[in-house]
Write a protein that binds this ligand. Structure first.
Ligand code: ADP
Length: 501
């Protein structure tokens, strides 16, 4: 659990769901706990009690209060005495709190015994029980009062004496009270359980099913392409480089698939290059080795008894050995360049002098090929930072190639111009040119345009341009070629004025 994408998604959905349900439940509970409870029933009960009291104590009032010759205050206190005894019994019997409270909240009597005579309560609200326009003194009122402890009570009250009696405004009210109802925790949970638990659970269950379906869908849309990629990757690892994956799924996964396909392409190209390289190296090694073997055997067997033939055989062996030597040197060079191990000397080079020197050294060869070698190098060419020997190697190779690939009567031009931030050197010939399909590949190791054209005395190894490019790029420069078959080729080298190495 928790390891696959699907189970993680499902877990997170369930977590969110539970948190949400808990929140909703909590809000509902809070609502239930704080909502005001209905008080009508309590008021009716209190009213009934009050009316009962009135009916029962009416007789007493008559008995105790009709004695003539007493002032109403004296009558009141006599009556109160009778009344309170009765109220005490009543409150115990009917489960209400009975009080005598003056209009201003001063307590005369409390059946609960909590409030001493003279203490006062706060009348929070008081309204006639039955709405009337005129407030009469014996009107039944209802309301709420707060005792000194802060507890609130609902009450129904009526002035103790009918209005026709002489009385002052501070006459007492006969009051019956019950606590303002509070939602108990138990009650809250009961209502919650009865009303909300079921729909909440049902909603949760439905959401759970949807979450499960969604997590499967989303997880699959990501996992499926990933699974395909891992299968393809394993196949590539075991040597099947044609493996490609379909670009599908979320955008990030698509990007990964594209990157994967690019990588597979690169691996395939690299593998092909490596195979080509091996094939080329072995081929290039085998040819001279075969002739060395053949000619040395001929000498050993005395076939070349004629000293001139023996010398020729020895010369061939010498030439082929030199060729092998050159080749191994070039390979080593290239390996070092490609690994970035070649230390370039950073000198301030008078590039003009260097180019003139290269032209000079190849002028003989150009003359042998009956070519016109033109040097167009301005005297004020800026100095560039670089490794003189290595750059001379580059331009010698370019000029040598141009001479090799240009038929007699043509011309080869070596020119240089200063640009804003560097120097551009071009080697242009009027030779055979390079077919467009080969142009992009001639800088590859061992790439030669026409393999059948090789194997003459001057044939190279197909490494020269690869090495040239490595050297130029190590200087932070660029090398480019353009060519038209039958008209000639132009190699352009740009070197920066600021050292990039
Ligand atoms: P190589 O040692 O065979 O000359 P390079 O790497 O120097 O190897 O050149 C690669 C191939 O590019 C050559 O085999 C040749 O066919 C082609 N090439 C190079 N320079 C020229 C040129 N100036 N004109 C026509 N073909 C050229």
């Amino acid at each position: 659990m928790g390891t696959t994408l699907r189970s993680r998604l499902l877990l997170s959905y369930v977590a969110v769901l539970l948190i949400l349900l808990a929140l909703v439940g909590f809000v509902l509970l809070a609502f239930l706990a704080t909502r005001p409870l209905p008080t009508d029933e309590i008021i009716s009960d209190l009213t009934a009690v009050l009316l009962d009291v009135r009916a029962a104590e009416g007789a007493r009032l008559g008995a105790g209060g009709q004695q003539s010759g007493m002032g109403w205050r004296a009558r009141l206190s006599a009556y109160e005495q009778l009344l309170t005894d009765y109220l005490e019994a009543l409150s115990a019997q009917r489960g209400v709190r009975a009080l005598l409270i003056d209009g201003d909240g001063t307590v005369r009597y409390d059946s609960k015994g909590e409030l001493a005579a003279g203490a006062s309560v706060t009348l929070v609200e008081q309204t006639p029980l039955v709405p009337t326009n005129r407030m009469r003194l014996n009107t039944l009122v209802q309301g709420r009062f707060r005792d000194p402890q802060g507890d609130e009570w609902l009450y129904v009250a009526q002035p103790l004496f009918p209005v026709m009696m002489e009385m002052s405004l501070d006459l007492p009210y006969l009051t019956v009270a019950a606590p303002v109802p509070r939602a108990t925790l138990r009650e809250v949970f009961r209502v919650f359980g009865g009303t909300f638990l079921r729909p909440l659970a049902q909603a949760g269950l439905i959401a759970l099913v949807i979450a499960a379906a969604l997590s499967v869908l989303i997880a699959e849309s990501v996992a499926r392409p990933l699974r395909r990629m891992s299968v393809a990757a394993r196949r590539i690892a075991s040597g099947d480089y044609r493996q490609r994956v379909r670009v599908e799924g979320p955008r990030e996964v698509q990007a990964l698939a594209r990157a994967f396909n690019d990588m597979a392409e690169q691996v395939a190209v690299a593998q092909q290059a490596q195979r080509d390289f091996l094939a080329n190296v072995s081929h290039d090694l085998r040819t001279p080795l075969t002739s060395i073997q053949g000619f040395s055997q001929a000498i050993a067997e005395g076939v070349a008894s004629d000293p001139a033939a023996a010398r020729r055989a020895a010369q061939i062996i010498h030439d082929e050995t030199a060729r092998l030597h050159r080749m191994v040197e070039s390979l080593l060079d290239l390996a070092r360049l490609e690994a970035g191990h070649l230390e370039l000397r950073r000198q301030s080079l008078a590039l003009g002098d260097l180019l003139r020197g290269v032209g000079e050294s190849l002028s003989v060869k150009a003359r042998e090929h009956q070519l016109d070698l033109v040097l167009s190098i301005p005297p004020d060419l800026p100095r560039v930072p670089g490794d003189g020997d290595r750059l001379a190697q580059v331009f010698t190779n370019l000029l040598d190639n141009a001479i090799k690939h240009t038929p007699a009567g043509g011309s080869v031009t070596l020119s240089a111009t200063a640009t804003r931030d560097g120097v551009t050197v071009t080697v242009r010939d009027t030779g055979e040119g390079i077919p467009p399909e080969d142009l992009s590949r001639i800088f590859e190791r061992f790439y030669q345009v026409d393999k059948s054209r090789r194997r003459n005395a001057e044939s190279g190894l197909g490494l020269g341009l690869a090495i040239a490019r490595q050297i130029v790029e190590a200087h932070g420069g660029t090398i480019k070629v353009s060519s038209t078959v039958g008209q000639g080729s132009t190699f352009t080298v740009w070197l920066p004025l600021k050292a990039a190495f």
